[in-house]
Design a protein around this ligand. Structure first.
Ligand code: C2E
Ligand code: MG
Ligand code: MG
Length: 387
C-alpha cells in the first residue's frame, strides 16, 4: 500500500525538501504551509502519515494535535522542531496521552540521512485503527467474569523465567476480554476488593499447576490503596497459600498507586504484616505519580518496578536512559531487586543488562497471555527466554 504523507511546515523550503526525499522513497506526499488548511487536507487527501512542525505562526503543533484529536488517530506521526530534543519528546508523550500515534521526532536542522531513516520508519509504521473502547458503565463485574492473564518476568542475565505478573481482565458477556483501562478506575472500593479476592484465588490455583508441571515460578499480584486498607489481606493470603502449599516467598504484592495513598497507617500495617509472613512487596510504576521516594522511605518494599515510561524509549531518549540508570542504582543502594517493565527491544534489554538491572518484563519477552498460552510458552522454551 502506498503511504500518503502529509507534510505540515510553515517553511516552504522544508516542505519541499521532505516531499522530494519522500517521493524518492515511494510516498505520495502533499505539503501544507498554512496550518489553517490542515483540517481540509485531512478530509481531502486522507493521509496515513503526517510530519508536523511543532512551531508555526498562529498555532503550535501541540495545539494542533489536541484539536485534530480524533481525525488523526489512525495516522503515524513524526514531530519536527528546532527546539531541543526534550521539548520534542515531551510533545511526543503528550500526543500519546491524547491517543495519537507519534512514532518519532525529527530535530531541525534536518539532516538528510536522518530524514531518510525517519521516512523508512514511517513507511513501516502500522497505521492503527482506533483502539477498542467499550462502554461498561451500566454493568458490574461478576466473580465468574474475572479472568487473569500472565506476563513473564525473567532473569536478565540467564533469561530464566523467575515469575509472572497476574494481570486482570474482564471476560465481559457482550464485549469479550477487556483490559484494565476499560474498568479499573470506575470501580468502587467494594468492587475492587471483590475483584482482587477473585484474582488472588485464580492466581494461586494457577501457580499450583505451574509448580506441578515442573516450573517453580513466583507470581506477582497488583493491589491498590482500596485493597490495602483491608486489614484482613495478610491473613487471607497466608491461609490461601498454606492451604495450597505455596511458600510465601513465591508471592509478591505489587503496590500500584493511582491516587494519593489514603490512610497511610493502614497501608503500612498491611504491607509490614505481609513482609513478616514472608511475602514480597514491590513498589510498582516507580518514578511516576505517587510511587515516589517518600513511599520508598516509609513502606517495607522488597523490590522495585521501574515504570515503563522510562524503559520503553531508553534507546532513543537519553533523559529516559539516565533516569532508568539512576533508578537501578537507587534500588540497589536500598537492597531492592529492580524489575524493568516495558522492554520492547533487544537494544533496551542490553542496556539494562549492562547496567545491572535484575529482572525483565515486556513485549520483547512476551505479551500477557492466558493460563493455557503461558503454559504452552514456558513449556516450549523450557523455562528460559532466549533473546
Ligand atoms: P502494571 O501493573 O504496571 O502492569 C504492566 C502493564 O504494562 C500491563 O498492562 C502490561 O500489559 C503492560 N506492558 C508490559 N510490557 C509492556 C511493553 O513492553 N510495552 C507496553 N506498551 N506495555 C507493556 P495491563 O495488563 O493493561 O494493566 C494495566 C494496569 O492495570 C497494570 O499496570 C496495573 O496497574 C493494573 N492492574 C492489572 N491487573 C490488576 C489487578 O488485578 N488489580 C489491580 N488493582 N490492578 C491491576
Ligand atoms: Mg504491576
Ligand atoms: Mg507498571
Amino acid at each position: 500500500m502506498t503511504q500518503r504523507l502529509l507534510i505540515v511546515d510553515d517553511e516552504v523550503d522544508i516542505c519541499e525538501l521532505i516531499a522530494d526525499v519522500a517521493d524518492g522513497r515511494g510516498f505520495e506526499a502533499k505539503t501544507i504551509s498554512d496550518p489553517a488548511k490542515v483540517e481540509e487536507a485531512l478530509v481531502e487527501f486522507k493521509p496515513n502519515c503526517i510530519m508536523l512542525d511543532l512551531m508555526m505562526p498562529g498555532t503550535d503543533g501541540v495545539e494542533l494535535l489536541r484539536n485534530l484529536g480524533d481525525h488523526i488517530k489512525g495516522c503515524a506521526i513524526v514531530l519536527m522542531s528546532g527546539h531541543d530534543v526534550r521539548v520534542l519528546n515531551s510533545a511526543k508523550r503528550l500526543g500519546a496521552a491524547h491517543g495519537i500515534n507519534v512514532i518519532g521526532v525529527l530535530e531541525k536542522p534536518i539532516e538528510i540521512p536522518t530524514l531518510r531513516d525517519t521516512l523508512d520508519l514511517l513507511a513501516k509504521a502500522e497505521t492503527k485503527t482506533t483502539a477498542k473502547t467499550a462502554d461498561v458503565s451500566d454493568s458490574k463485574m461478576k466473580d465468574e467474569e474475572v479472568a487473569v492473564f500472565y506476563q513473564p518476568i525473567v532473569d536478565i542475565i540467564t533469561g530464566r523465567v523467575r515469575g509472572m505478573e497476574a494481570l486482570v481482565r474482564w471476560n465481559h458477556p457482550q464485549h469479550g476480554i477487556l483490559s484494565p483501562d476499560h474498568f479499573l478506575d470506575k470501580m468502587d472500593t467494594a468492587e475492587m476488593q471483590a475483584m482482587t479476592n477473585q484474582v488472588m484465588k485464580i492466581a494461586v490455583d494457577n501457580l499450583v499447576e505451574f509448580h506441578a508441571k515442573g516450573f517453580p515460578v513466583a507470581i506477582s499480584i497488583n493491589m491498590t490503596a482500596s485493597n490495602l486498607i483491608d486489614l484482613g489481606v495478610p491473613d487471607r493470603l497466608d491461609e490461601l497459600c498454606k492451604a495450597k502449599n505455596i511458600p510465601p516467598e513465591k508471592l509478591t504484592i505489587e503496590v500500584t498507586e493511582g491516587e494519593a495513598m489514603r490512610d497511610v497507617r493502614k497501608i503500612m500495617d498491611v504491607l509490614t504484616r505481609l513482609r513478616l509472613r514472608g511475602f514480597g512487596v514491590a513498589i510498582d510504576d516507580f518514578g511516576t505519580g505517587y510511587s515516589s521516594l517518600r513511599e520508598l522511605q516509609r513502606m517495607p518494599f522488597s523490590s522495585m518496578k521501574m515504570d515503563k515510561s522510562f524503559v520503553m524509549d531508553m534507546a532513543e531518549n537519553r533523559d529516559s536512559q539516565m533516569i532508568a540508570n539512576t533508578i537501578i542504582d537507587l534500588g540497589h543502594n536500598l537492597n531492592l531487586k529492580v524489575v524493568a517493565e516495558g522492554i520492547e527491544t533487544a537494544a533496551v534489554w542490553n542496556m539494562l543488562k549492562d547496567r545491572g538491572c535484575d529482572l525483565a518484563q515486556g513485549y520483547l519477552i512476551a505479551k500477557p497471555m492466558s493460563f493455557d498460552n503461558f503454559l504452552k510458552w514456558i513449556t516450549e522454551n523450557g523455562g528460559v527466554f532466549k533473546i
